[in-house]
Design a protein around this ligand. Structure first.
Ligand SMILES: Cc1cc2nc3c(=O)[nH]c(=O)nc-3n(C[C@H](O)[C@H](O)[C@H](O)COP(=O)(O)OP(=O)(O)OC[C@H]3O[C@@H](n4cnc5c(N)ncnc54)[C@H](O)[C@@H]3O)c2cc1C
Length: 529
């Protein structure tokens, strides 16, 4: 028997929980999370949330900074809405109990990050995301209409193929793998994808293990329009240490005066951009990549030593302690750093209310592509995006759900066919490694047509092998994730191959210049459902 709710939410980060809190006013909500309920990109966000909260700042400036970062591909009205709604959403988060850094006079202590022309980033030291996730989960626990189900991995969306409207079948919910291996059918009057990003597609990433692009892959397989996957943001500074699994060193370190240096101690950023360390992320990441290729070094260094021990330990307690645990005392030693895959600017095409091209399916937060980020995300605009689009989608889905008729017949249960337990799990680990490495080497920070072609050929073979494995053996979370990173990798390669110019986060040696005449448009892909 299926689990039926009014609003089915896949994902419990800032977007999914912000949505759930609003939707719960009108009906029952199930929030599914793949692993522990707090495990999400949100939980690891360090820097903060961008919003206009200072009298020295203005919405026009925030809009302008966002458009500049987006390199001509932002949707102006989406940017306007986000900037306009942002301050109120941040204040509501405070009402829910989130605690952000304050000045002695009680005002928010705002920090400044790369690409921002003013101080406008609200933060909770360097654990902003953890505080946001904590406050949202606590608020959700207070709502009897919300059920949070951890260790529940959506495998695929369920479409009502019996009653398509103009060929567009309605999304009814999802098949979900539970921790005991059972596969449950979850149904919702609407289904909301809030599954976050896909950093795990790349070998080096700042993202936690849950970030395997499941939402994009599921939506693509269901026939939704996907856009701009070539714009993957690489964070310039991830701790370089053999045992540190993707520990990010926040942009705020550079915002507070951190200097990037080569092994020799020489600074280099001013050779790449007039804003030096505060240049947009893609420029900093590319500059580091170029210096690493030029020098043959394995990392560069982020130097905070001139700021003094008292400042760095107070302002960055979590970063300080983590670096220290890996043997780097940032008060006296420059920190070894490399770039890493960080944020997915593309995703499932969604309008200002999260509506996708599949009926009954919404997408919010990092999984979505609304036009807020365009070809590059402005730092700290993504927690903001979740806060703003969660409630917007809730309002739209409450209205839609009111007119959804009850199903006359439940969709069929998951059919395992002739699948048996796998006896060659090595296929999964091997292909997992191969995809992430080929994406890193051929579809990373700097691309060429030849590298993309190599990646495409290898991915075709790998996807065929994975498809075969998927149908022959019982599904496990590892197989679901492998199938998804393979699909997302192919989408990134497809979008990157189509764009014959360099813009924002997409940089190719074959077409090194921006071409506004031919390419000022999104790269949209979809397949027949
Ligand atoms: C290290 C780090 C630092 C960052 N710092 C900042 C910052 O300072 N400011 C900022 O604005 N942004 C920052 N970001 C980006 C920001 O954190 C994310 O873009 C944002 O949190 C995404 O929120 P979300 O709700 O869309 O997804 P997430 O928070 O990633 O949540 C995704 C949810 O979906 C669930 N899920 C995934 N797949 C499935 C499935 N198949 N079935 C069921 N559930 C599933 C996961 O379990 C999780 O609950 C940072 C990101 C990282 C990784």
């Amino acid at each position: 028997m299926a689990v039926s709710v009014d609003f089915l939410v896949l994902g419990g980060g800032v977007a999914g929980l912000s949505y759930a809190l609003r939707a719960a006013r009108a009906g029952t909500v199930a929030v599914l999370t793949k692993r522990a309920r707090h495990e999400s990109n949100t939980n690891y966000a360090q820097g903060g949330i961008a919003a206009v909260l200072s009298p020295l700042d203005s919405p026009e400036l925030h809009v302008q900074d966002t458009l500049t970062a987006g390199a001509g591909l932002c949707n102006r009205s989406v940017v306007d809405v986000t900037v306009r709604d942002g301050p109120q959403r941040v204040k509501e988060l405070v009402t829910l109990g989130a605690e952000f850094a304050r000045r002695p006079n009680g005002e928010f202590e705002l920090t400044r990050e790369g690409g921002h022309s003013e101080r406008r980033v609200v933060h909770a030291g360097d654990i902003t995301g953890r505080e946001v996730e904590r406050a949202l989960l606590a608020a959700a626990d207070e709502q009897k209409n919300i059920t949070i189900r951890p260790d529940a991995s959506a495998i695929d969306l369920i479409l009502d193929r019996r009653a398509p409207v103009n060929g567009n079948a309605r999304c009814l919910g999802a098949y979900v793998l539970l921790e005991d291996g059972r596969i449950e059918t979850y149904l919702g009057k609407v289904t909301v994808l809030a599954t976050g990003g896909a950093g795990k597609v790349y070998l080096c990433t700042t993202n936690p293990d849950v970030a395997t692009g499941d939402g994009v892959a599921m939506a693509y397989r269901a026939g939704a329009r996907i856009a701009n996957m070539e714009f993957y943001q690489f964070h310039p500074t991830c701790l370089y240490h053999p045992e540190a699994k993707s520990f990010l060193l926040s942009e705020a370190l550079r915002g507070e005066g951190g200097k990037l240096r080569l092994r020799t101690g020489q600074p280099f950023m001013s050779r790449y951009h007039p804003q030096a360390e505060l240049a947009p992320r893609d420029i900093v990441a590319r500059a580091i990549d170029a210096e690493l290729k030029r020098t043959g070094d394995e990392c560069v260094f982020l130097d905070m030593t001139h700021l003094g021990r008292a400042f760095v330990t107070n302002r960055f307690p979590n970063i300080y302690a983590t670096c220290k645990a890996f043997g780097v005392d940032m008060a006296v030693q420059p920190i070894p750093v490399v770039p890493a895959a960080h944020y997915m600017c593309g995703g499932v095409v969604a309008d200002q209310d999260g509506r996708t091209s599949v009926r009954g399916l919404y997408a919010i937060g990092e999984v979505s592509c609304t036009g807020l980020h365009g070809a590059n995300r402005l730092a700290s605009n993504s927690l903001l995006e979740g806060l703003v689009f969660g409630p917007r989608a809730a309002a739209a889905t409450i209205e839609e759900a009111a007119s959804v008729k009850p199903l006359e017949q439940e969709p069929p249960e998951w059919n395992p066919g002739a699948a048996v337990d796998s006896d060659e799990s090595v296929v999964v680990t091997h292909n997992w490694d191969e995809i992430r490495r080929l994406m890193w080497n051929y579809v990373g920070i700097v691309r060429t047509d030849k590298r993309l072609m190599r990646a495409r050929r290898r991915l075709e073979l790998l996807r065929e092998e994975i498809r075969d494995y998927y149908w022959r053996f019982k599904v496990t979370r590892d197989v679901i994730e492998l199938r998804n990173i393979a699909d997302v990798a192919a989408l990134i390669v497809e979008c990157a191959s189509r764009r014959k110019e360099s813009r924002g986060l997409h940089y190719t040696l074959d077409y090194p210049n921006r071409d506004d005449h031919n390419w000022s448009q999104d790269t949209v892909v979809s397949r027949a459902p």
